[in-house]
Design a binder for this molecule. Structure first.
Ligand SMILES: Cc1ncc(COP(=O)(O)O)c(C=O)c1O
Length: 390
């Protein structure tokens, strides 16, 4: 179904003079609050705060929605990245290729699993991993011989899927696994397929401001292999077997609680309508900014899930100040590339990832949520364009 055919009348409309927000969780809550209150009471009554029926409901709904073979709800997006790497038995000397312009969790996950993050540059238009640079860096690692390439972890930045066709081809050529960091991209698509079904394993996050967020921490692993999902269910419960007592492998507490699963299951009912509104909002931004201000661009066949709408501006501080003066919030995701953070400085030299470093200086995220009115978006664009051209 085209997003324009989706019934958005279930969503609340705000007046044009409502304060402009970067995200809006409050308006969404008003629509689902009665249902959530009923669900709270159910959880208080059944008392299964961990492992309640809401967990299975959420997992089944996530798998049915995305087309993944199975979904495993876990305690956070970070756990959803670490756990598949643990299951693959990665350790010292193993290389996992990640983009250098992402949230720190991507790099942390690799190091927590005991492997080494090899950092790949991004494509300046998509902000996502550059498949050609991936190929070069795999070959360089092989030539140096200190690390063994094992896995690629592309990130779907701001909601836009990475170039999985190209990345999978490179990964296949080098016999590498692909674990997608889709934490920001539930609702993104490529050639009609949802994020969650674009790689063999996808991690997503239910951090509250994500496109599909809970009211606390949570995440999910979506995968194409039901046996792998069962291993994830064991790992999230300290590596135990069916009796949940004896550890048959190393694991962690990686569980998502019943309350978070209930929130996510309920929010899935609004998801397509909210996504349609995000895409409509982005279309207004696109049309206003075309030829004036560079913004993240999808590849042919891709649909951005629009967790964020991100532009590039050279005079970012001045633009942010002008927006702020007009009571328009904006966000910087991120002002440092991964290797510019002290914890990851040993992973790549300064200057070795030019597009990541440039993006860290220029990227600016604008208000993006399903409850923005067209007039509000025009106001953002008026101030943005004037400040950009000043
Ligand atoms: C790209 C990316 N990866 C991983 C994560 C980690 O998710 P969580 O905060 O749920 O652990 C996030 C969340 O902010 C993210 O943006």
């Amino acid at each position: 179904m085209a997003y324009t055919d989706i019934d958005t009348s279930v969503l609340i409309d705000l007046p044009d003079d409502a304060p402009i927000q970067l995200f809006d969780l409050k308006t969404q809550q008003a629509a689902i609050r009665p249902a959530l209150e009923r669900r709270w009471i159910d959880i208080l009554d059944h008392g299964r705060y961990i492992g309640g029926p809401e967990v299975t409901e959420c997992e089944e709904k996530l798998a049915a929605f995305t087309g993944a073979a199975d979904a495993v709800a876990v305690g956070s997006g970070t756990q959803a990245l670490v756990m598949p790497l643990l299951a693959m038995g990665l350790g010292p000397g193993d290389a996992v290729f990640i983009p250098g312009f992402t949230y720190n969790a991507t790099a942390n996950a690799v190091l927590l699993a005991g492997a080494f993050p090899v950092i790949v540059d991004i494509d300046p238009k998509t902000f996502n991993m550059d498949p050609a640079d991936l190929q070069r860096r795999i070959e360089a690692v092989k030539a140096e011989g200190d690390l063994t390439p094992r896995c690629v972890m592309p990130v779907d930045l701001y909601g836009l899927p990475a170039d999985y066709d190209a990345i999978q081809a490179v990964a296949d050529a080098h016999n590498l696994r692909v674990v997608a960091d889709g934490a920001q991209a539930f609702g993104g698509k490529d050639k009609g397929k949802w994020v969650g079904n674009l790689a063999e394993i996808t991690a997503t996050s239910f951090y509250p401001t994500k496109t599909l967020g809970g009211y606390g921490d949570g995440g999910a692993i979506l995968c194409q292999d039901a046996d792998f999902a069962d291993r994830m269910r064991s790992i999230r419960w300290h590596g135990t077997g069916d009796n949940r007592k004896e550890s048959i492998r190393v694991g962690i507490n990686g569980r998502c609680d019943s309350i978070q699963c209930a929130v996510v299951a309920e929010k899935l009912g609004l998801f397509e309508a909210e996504r349609a509104r995000r895409i409509a909002a982005a279309a207004v931004y696109d049309q206003r900014l075309e030829g004036i201000i560079d913004h993240q661009i999808a590849l042919e066949g891709q649909e951005n899930g629009y967790g964020l709408y991100t532009v590039r501006v050279r005079n970012r501080d001045a633009v942010r100040a002008a927006l702020s003066d007009a009571k328009i919030p904006s966000g910087i995701y991120y002002d440092m590339a991964i290797h510019q953070m002290p914890a990851f400085a040993h992973c790549a030299e300064a200057g070795s990832l030019p597009e990541c470093e440039k993006a860290a200086q220029e990227s600016l995220s604008l208000p993006m949520h399903p409850y923005l009115s067209e007039a509000q978006i025009h106001k953002v664009c008026d101030v943005l364009i004037a400040a950009h051209n000043a």
